[in-house]
Design a protein around this ligand. Structure first.
Ligand SMILES: [Zn+2]
Length: 422
């Protein structure tokens, strides 16, 4: 495999030069200004439509400062005024709410799954504009990267867009090395070590941000989903891929070697007949992944034609005792891992995503086992909830990776960095 002798491409946050003020400013002054823009735009995203007065209250800046920043965001086309549903007599400009203008920016999101790749165009509000799913037709990372890049370029040219695409967010399961832009560990060996981020950036011609699908989903949940406003939570994905994302003090935590949330090989203290892809037999992955669940179901006598967790949940509902047992065990093993995570991080919320939501009647088994296993974290059962986004949000979530960098410093990127406003 070609291990990329090419020089690494710049990361998204290094691609566009920072704005050069006409007058020299102190480092603190510039930094503060950038932080203020980020805080205002982020508040409009998560709490909008919202009045300038309320933004000022939320962000802790003077109404005058907010009016100036919002005026600049309006000129740049990043926010728009939204007429309130009923016009009160005391309506004045500061009370007209502003919301994100979805047309302000476009990003591309790519989720690389086990057998399928989803590619979506996402607007500034985090909503999907268009999406395409492709079957992965090879087990060579080089070929899959070519196939993905070609489909991405095709989607960008096929859909008329109000603004150029800012960048690409790519997510994949396993242990993603966010520094090197590679995958360090994955259930499919061909991804390990492939120069995923840099090669996709080169082939698509746009900067790429790479991270794990669980971290991408956690971002989307924290902006627009069940974890809105939650500072500390864990997103646990149980499906074809098994993974978790830790959000600590409002930020997705990657870890020193970006291996945080790599829960595949947590011990569930039960020996499986099969070996995990790491070689052990007691891993969470080998007990709860989609493949493992279907294998266990077929071994237990469930009809071999049942080929998905969704179908397994249906036969369980129709009264198949073996299917019920397998799904309950899957939920319990998940609960064992969830209890350990709860003790480790003491989160406000634990969100479950992936195909485990195809059998929601077993979520109480997750809660009961988690509560039985967690010693330090109180009332774990009350904080385990389903993710609000289904499996189809994964390209959106991938786009959120690049939007996250944008919202973190809007003055570092177009249109504001090009002098359109501010
Ligand atoms: Zn393992």
């Amino acid at each position: 495999m070609n291990m990329s002798a090419d020089p690494p491409l710049p990361r998204l946050d290094q691609v566009w030069p920072p704005p050069h003020p006409v007058e020299p400013r102190s480092w603190q002054g510039t930094t503060l200004r950038r932080q203020n823009y980020a805080a205002v735009l982020r508040t409009v995203l998560t709490d909008g439509p919202i009045s300038r007065v309320d933004i000022a209250r939320r962000v802790g800046l003077t109404p005058t400062a907010i009016t100036n920043i919002v005026a600049s965001l309006l000129r740049a086309g990043l926010v728009r005024e939204v007429e309130p549903p009923s016009l009160g007599r005391d309506r004045g400009r500061p009370k007209v709410p502003v919301g994100i203008d979805p047309a302000g920016l476009t990003v591309l999101g790519i989720f690389i799954g086990g057998t399928q790749t989803s590619i979506g165009l996402i607007d500034l509000a985090g909503q999907l504009i268009a999406e395409t799913d492709i079957e992965q037709t090879s087990e060579s990372a080089d070929e899959l990267i070519e196939q993905t890049a070609a489909a991405a370029r095709e989607l960008i040219t096929a859909v008329p867009l109000p603004t150029p695409v800012l960048g690409v967010g790519v997510s994949i399961g396993g242990w993603v090395d966010t520094e090197r832009g590679t995958v360090r560990d994955h259930v499919h060996q061909h991804w390990i070590g492939a120069p995923l981020r840099d090669r996709l950036a080169e082939r698509i011609g746009l900067p790429v941000v790479l991270n794990s699908n669980a971290r991408a989903m956690a971002l989307l949940e924290s902006w627009l989903g069940a974890a809105k406003g939650v500072r500390d939570f864990i997103y646990v994905s149980i499906g074809a891929l098994v993974g978790a994302a830790l959000v600590i003090d409002g930020k997705v935590y990657d870890g020193a070697g970006s291996a945080s949330g790599n829960i595949d090989h947590l011990s569930v203290r039960v020996r499986a007949q099969e070996r995990c892809f790491c070689g052990r037999r007691d891993c969470l992955h080998v007990m709860v992944s989609d493949d493992a669940t279907l294998r266990l179901a077929h071994q237990a006598g469930v009809d071999p034609s049942v080929a998905s967790v969704r179908a397994l949940a249906e036969v369980a509902r129709a009264g198949d005792a073996a299917a019920q047992r397998v799904l309950r065990n899957r939920a319990r093993h998940t609960g064992t891992a969830v209890g350990q995570l709860a003790d480790l991080l003491n989160p406000e919320l634990i969100l479950l995503g992936g195909s485990i939501l195809d059998a929601p009647e077993y979520l109480d088994d997750v809660r009961r086992r988690a509560a039985a296993g967690a010693h330090a974290a109180p009332s774990v059962a009350d904080i385990v909830r389903p993710s609000v986004f289904g499996l189809h949000a994964l390209s959106r979530a991938s786009g959120a990776l690049v939007l996250n960098q944008y919202y973190g410093d809007p003055l570092a990127h177009p249109p504001l960095a090009l002098g359109a406003g501010a």
